[in-house]
Design a protein around this ligand. Structure first.
Ligand code: MGD
Ligand code: MGD
Ligand code: SF4
Ligand code: MO
Length: 718
């Protein structure tokens, strides 16, 4: 039974006259925070943190608190739309769900017949708990092409963890890590994937040591015992340097290394290719600091690495993840209390069959776009967006005719936005499911109104790696909006996939829960289910890898023709790899450090949140600003080889003066023309997606490390 142990629900209801309160879980980011939704006269009147929630303990961020403004926003799509004029004309007409889904189903079946199922590409962006149903419908159709952000976000952490130790090691905050190394991450703002900033902050307050690896002085860096302010894009070299100190000073966990790892000798040879003078030269981090950090991390037990996406948006993406996994392993922190634990999810069915991809035939699977080039990505059903744009624009290796984006705004969020635009403009047919008419949706043929998390029943977090399941309970219905799960369940029937789906998606929820002997109606009354928590499982069963060991040297990567050990590569554009370009574009540009109120392109129309960040900002060191004649708050032009955009200057001394940091995902919903200003400040107009600049295993684009120039608007330097 749902119990309100720590909250004052009854009193709140009495004093404020609320009619009811629904306990649920927010998903305005990757989700997980417990909320109490107070309802009055059929409307959500207030969202509050749920003190009984085991994930967030009553805390919420600004995005969660502003959910009511999202749900009741006047610009929300509340019924399906069909485009009336040419693409991007902004002319729409209301249609029924039947007409919308019939049109989409007819197109899918027609393209499948004429061009093969692979000509239909489904797409989503970051994790929004709808990915399993999207893979299910695509797999059953026979399309191997689901476009995600997985090439440069989280997918690499999952893929490399599976290769190295069987699953993603999660920081065990409940058992008090004594040292945290925060690497390319800012969890107190981003609360990403399996983590919440709250637990990290509690660990620091309890006295955990902190090492931060970040080119920018974040709040966490300011609190750190050691801040390693590296040159952007040089993470693998720095981590190899740390590993070298740990190996050569004998600070590693001998017992673990001897009994449970594979490839130790090769690993030692590799780290010895990185003497600290070389590492210092590459990374700009003084060798003494590297030594101090290595000793602090290896000698404090238990310790954990709180890693983030910055290390993945580089051409060394997979190597960055792999070397950090190796650091977790050789220090003996894997699957130990307070270290990094290979948590088990409760026994459930995965409707998407991630990993096994059992529903896709091998003949169709080999057609996955880019799968032969980015073989590690392909193995995890991840595709590089450029392969899709090429298939639309050049029809190579085969034509892609239809895109169906369900929770993504790729025009703003994928590298080389102008190429993305050309592809979206050219594609024969495009459907989009979203809350709003975004710049991407404006190029669609049909737009479907999606439900927010407050408008659906679902099993929150079932795809994540921290082992918890939480019921998400529907609070309200807005217009004709439907959850992506319900929408795809309906579409699947129209595609002839009925026998593999359910009458309504409640059947899908029952299916997910069935191995636990629960139905949705039963689970709905519960608070949370956690998988069995057990430590050092490898001592009994080994690791779930080909050698049953923790693979410092990856046998799988070797078989795939990749270097089995992590190695450093210079960023594709850098003072070292392209010195001539550096003369003309003299700053290293990093993009996309998270902002509290926004979630990528989301929330710019939500008043409470836009108030936090009215304009796009680019951080510039005061010395650089002085050199370029830039004043605080002034609009400036940021330019790369690909193009230029405008943002406002924010002077910030917490960076090397050679580095500039711009925000990503900016569009202006208040601009009523159909483009909504997508070109003005969209930093992905500057980022590159040439194949040779990508990570060879995952296909990650280097959106965190490129070269730019910057100057006051009006002083055109091109
Ligand atoms: N330059 C640069 N670019 C980046 C990054 C960076 O750091 N720098 N970060 C990258 C990363 S890590 C990622 S993951 C991607 C994210 O890329 P995307 O996921 O494409 O980005 P969003 O802006 O979040 O787009 C999501 C859209 O879906 C809608 N939406 C939200 N929830 C739902 C839902 O439940 N159902 C439906 N149907 N729609 C929903 C929102 O209104 C929004 O328009 O961006 C990447 N782009
Ligand atoms: N509020 C909010 N929360 C979000 C999101 C959002 O858009 N807004 N997006 C969500 C998504 S999809 C993701 S993937 C996560 C990401 O969230 P995190 O993993 O926390 O990553 P970021 O905040 O993007 O970047 C973390 C830090 O990386 C640093 N950095 C930049 N370049 C480098 C580099 O070369 N090396 C190193 N070591 N550090 C570098 C930046 O200065 C920044 O402080 O956040 C999620 N949560
Ligand atoms: S961090 Fe914010 S947006 Fe994310 S689940 Fe918690 S309250 Fe919601
Ligand atoms: Mo992401």
């Amino acid at each position: 039974m749902v119990e309100f142990k720590y909250s004052n629900v009854e009193r709140e209801m009495e004093v404020y006259g609320y009619d009811s309160v629904v306990r649920s879980h927010c998903r305005n980011c990757h989700g997980g925070c417990g909320v109490l939704a107070y309802v009055k006269d059929g409307k959500i009147a207030k969202i509050a943190g749920d003190p009984d929630c085991p994930v967030s303990h009553g805390t919420l961020c600004s995005k969660g608190l502003a959910s009511t403004q999202l749900v009741y926003h006047p610009d929300r799509l509340t019924y399906p739309l069909k485009r009336k004029g040419p693409k991007g004309s902004g002319k729409w007409e209301r249609i029924s769900w039947d007409e919308a889904l019939e049109t989409i189903a007819d197109r899918i079946l027609a393209y499948k017949k004429e061009f093969g199922a692979e000509s239909v590409v489904f797409g989503y962006g970051t994790g929004r708990e709808n990915e399993a149903v999207i893979y299910r419908i695509a797999n059953l159709l026979g399309s191997p092409n689901v476009l995600t952000a997985g090439h440069f976000c989280y997918g690499p952490r999952i893929a490399t963890s599976i290769l190295t130790c069987g699953t993603n090691p999660i920081v065990d905050y409940e058992n008090h890590p004594q040292c945290l190394m925060m690497w390319g991450n800012n969890v107190v703002i981003s609360n990403p994937d399996c983590y919440k900033g709250e637990t990290f902050s509690v660990a620091l307050d309890a006295g955990a040591k902190l090492i931060v690896v970040d080119p920018r002085l974040t709040r966490a860096a300011a609190r750190a015992d050691l801040w390693l302010q590296l040159r952007p894009g040089t993470d693998t070299a720095l981590a190899l340097g740390l590993a070298r100190v740990i190996v050569n000073e004998g600070l590693y966990d001998r017992e673990f290394v001897e009994n449970y790892t594979h490839g130790w000798e090769e690993f030692v040879r590799r780290v010895n290719e990185y003497p600290l003078e070389k590492v210092e030269r590459i990374t700009w981090v003084p060798r003494e600091k590297i030594e101090q950090a290595a000793r602090l991390f290896a000698e404090t037990k238990p310790a954990a690495i709180q890693w983030g996406v910055a290390i993945e948006q580089q051409n060394t993406c997979a190597d960055n993840d792999r070397i950090l996994l190796c650091l977790m392993g050789i220090t003996g922190n894997i699957d130990r209390p307070g270290g990094q634990v290979l948590f088990k999810t409760p026994p459930i069915h995965n409707v998407g069959k991630f990993g096994a991809h059992g529903m896709l035939s091998p003949e169709q699977a080999v057609k996955r776009l880019g799968g032969d080039r980015f073989r590690l990505a392909g193995r995890f059903a991840i595709i590089q967006p450029k392969a899709v744009w090429d298939a639309i624009l050049a029809e190579k290796p085969y034509p892609v005719k239809m895109l169906f984006f369900i929770s993504s705004n790729p025009l703003m969020t994928r590298a080389n936005a102008r190429e993305v635009y050309r592809a979206l403009e050219k594609v024969d047919f495009m459907a989009v499911s979203d809350f709003f008419l975004t710049p991407t949706a404006e190029l669609a043929d049909i737009v479907l109104p999606a439900s927010t998390w407050l408008e659906m029943d679902y099993i929150g977090d079932f795809w994540k790696r921290h082992g918890r399941l939480l019921p998400r309970r529907k609070v309200v219905q807005i217009g004709e909006c439907r959850s992506d799960h319900e929408m795809l369940n309906d579409l699947a029937h129209r595609l002839g996939q009925g026998p593999f789906w359910w009458e309504t998606f409640e059947g899908g929820l029952d299916y997910i829960l069935r191995p636990m002997g629960l139905t949705w109606q039963e689970f709905k009354k519960m608070d949370c289910i956690r998988g069995e928590v057990k430590y050092e499982k490898y001592k009994e069963a080994g690791f779930s890898t080909p050698t049953r060991k923790f693979e410092l040297s990856s046998t799988t990567l070797e078989k795939m023709g990749y270097d089995p050990l992590p190695q450093f590569r210079e960023p594709p554009e850098s003072p070292v790899s392209t010195p001539q370009l550096y003369e003309e574009y003299p700053y290293i540009l990093i993009t996309g450090a998270r902002q509290p109120g926004f979630f990528h392109t989301e929330n710019r129309q939500v008043p409470w949140l836009r108030e936090l960040h009215p304009d796009p900002l680019v951080e510039i060191h005061p010395d650089t600003a002085a050199k370029e004649g830039i004043q605080e708050g002034e609009w400036v032009v940021i330019e790369s080889l690909r193009g230029k955009v405008r943002q406002r200057a924010k002077l910030f001394a917490g960076m090397d003066s050679r580095v500039v940091a711009a925000q990503h995902a900016w569009w202006f919903p208040e601009k009523k023309d159909p483009g909504h200003g997508w070109e003005e400040s969209n930093i992905n107009i500057l980022t590159d997606n040439a194949y040779e600049t990508m990570d060879p295993a995952m296909g990650a684009s280097s959106i965190r490390t490129l070269l730019c120039k910057i100057y006051p608007e009006g002083e055109d330097k091109s």
